[in-house]
Design a binder for this molecule. Structure first.
Ligand SMILES: *Cc1c(COP(=O)(O)O)cnc(C)c1O
Length: 451
């Protein structure tokens, strides 16, 4: 039998064909050349019959598509988990997106005082708004909440002891654990109490001349139930004050507006956390606040001043894009009604089931007019991202029952990727985590996945 592999065209021959020439006009030469090489290599490994000219171009074009696709790309989150850490947590408000574009386009007064014409401080941005919105004396923004914790403990408790309840030694996801993060700050953790119960006296007994702070970690991604006891922040503040110690409250979730009216309760707002007597409150910018990834430190002006001077503050400082997005997001909160509408996370969490039902019906009817069978079904969404861990939020899903696995895969690998979930052999696309303006794209993606 004749060895077909010997007849494979050379890379140069393929580069001369019209289909590949067209690709060379559109894309960087090295990407196309790599794609041709890998196509030839793949054909050699596969053996068998020579690909036709058309097949060559198809294989090469697909390799070029893969190579030119951005690694970080847009995804439609139809999981029903609104703050999905793997899917980038909070989508930004339009105002925040515009602010980033504006600042990114040119130079900015990041560290320049326009009034005086002298050097300014990047730490001045967002502080006024954070103070206004939370009644904090002062504020500092760093890269994320974990950084805020490391900076705080390093500045206040390096080589000293920090008390934390055994019931709060939590893992925050991606197998990162708060106690490990705290230990890296150079502070020594002193665990007090037990997993389920910690009392005032557990803290009191553990305080020594080496104690530098009491830390309270908000149980943001789990609850403990049954025979439990914990010491509230106001009690901790009282105990700490007896010894002149600060209370650091790692709140994580970053809620600025109460959401009790929408069936979401139990998560303290930043201002309530401060009002309960914490010296510092630490939270994320991209959880319930709905802004960019950031760590926000709120509280005592004297302590925040100390943090600003710590070398970690420089290592963990935020960039101008983050500050611009955070400032624009915070500004929306000056009018709570506006924040509820325009901060996507808040809009998604507070959208009525009636509204979701009507969106789901309209998606289903568009699908049916493309001959795709789909139904609307009740679904249960969740907040995710370390906040309101037990909240079941009523929602609506578009349900596809045919060809489920293949549809799921094609949707996931499509452009944009659509991530849903399979339950009881059906594919559920929960609309609570889909932005209303994505509904049309979602329909197109489903039609394409089913084609
Ligand atoms: C999420 C969370 C963190 C970490 O926040 P990042 O901004 O992701 O670094 C820390 N502490 C608590 C309690 C959290 O919920």
């Amino acid at each position: 039998m004749k060895d077909q592999r010997r007849d494979l065209p050379s890379v140069n021959t393929l580069l001369e064909t019209s289909g590949v020439k067209w690709l060379l006009d559109q894309h960087p030469r090295r990407i196309v050349v790599d794609a041709v090489r890998s196509a030839v290599e793949a054909a050699r490994t596969a053996g068998g019959a020579q690909p036709t000219d058309e097949q060559w171009v198809e294989t090469i074009a697909s390799a070029v598509r893969d190579a030119t696709r951005p690694s970080l790309r847009r995804v439609i989150n139809a999981t029903g988990v609104v703050l999905h850490t793997n899917l980038g947590r909070a989508p930004l408000a339009d105002a925040a997106i515009r602010a980033i574009g504006h600042v990114a386009e040119g130079y900015s007064n990041l560290e320049y005082d326009i009034e005086t014409g002298h050097r300014g401080s990047r730490y001045s941005h967002c502080v006024g708004l954070l103070r206004q919105l939370t009644d904090a004396e002062d504020a500092l923004v760093v890269n994320n909440c974990a950084a805020a914790l490391v900076l705080t403990l390093n500045a206040l408790a390096q080589k000293k002891e920090v008390l934390v309840s055994r019931g709060e030694l939590v893992e925050i996801g991606g197998s990162f654990r708060i106690p490990d993060i705290m230990a890296r700050s150079g502070a020594k953790l002193v665990e007090v109490g037990t997993t389920n119960r910690t009392h005032d006296d557990d803290y009191r007994r553990a305080i020594t001349p080496k104690t530098a702070a009491i830390v309270k970690v908000h149980r943001s991604n789990f609850t403990i139930e049954g025979f439990t006891a914990e010491v509230s922040v106001d009690r901790l503040a009282f105990i700490a004050a007896e010894h002149g110690l600060p209370v650091i409250y790692d709140l994580g979730s970053g809620l600025l507006l109460p959401l009790d009216d929408y069936g979401l309760s139990g998560e303290p707002t930043a201002s309530a956390a401060l009002a309960s007597g914490a010296t510092l409150v630490l939270m994320s910018g991209d959880k319930l606040l709905g802004g960019p990834q950031a760590g926000i430190i709120l509280g005592s002006a004297a302590v925040v001043a100390k943090l600003r001077k710590n070398p970690f503050a420089r290592a963990m400082r935020v960039d101008k894009l983050t500050l611009s997005a955070l400032e624009a997001t915070l500004r929306l909160y000056l009018e709570p009604g506006r924040a509820l509408k325009e901060v996507p996370i808040l809009a998604m969490l507070t959208e009525s089931v009636e509204q979701l039902e009507s969106r789901a019906r309209s998606v289903v009817s568009s699908l049916r007019s493309s001959n795709i069978d789909a139904e609307v079904a009740p679904s249960t969404a969740s907040v995710g991202g370390g906040a309101f861990p037990t909240a079941d939020i009523p929602s609506r899903a578009v349900v596809l029952s045919k060809d489920v696995e293949r549809t799921e895969e094609r949707l996931r690998r499509g452009e944009p990727a659509v991530i849903g979930r399979i339950a009881d052999g059906k594919l559920l696309l929960d609309l609570r985590s889909v932005l209303p303006r994505e509904d049309g794209v979602l329909v197109q993606a489903i039609v394409k996945a089913r084609s």
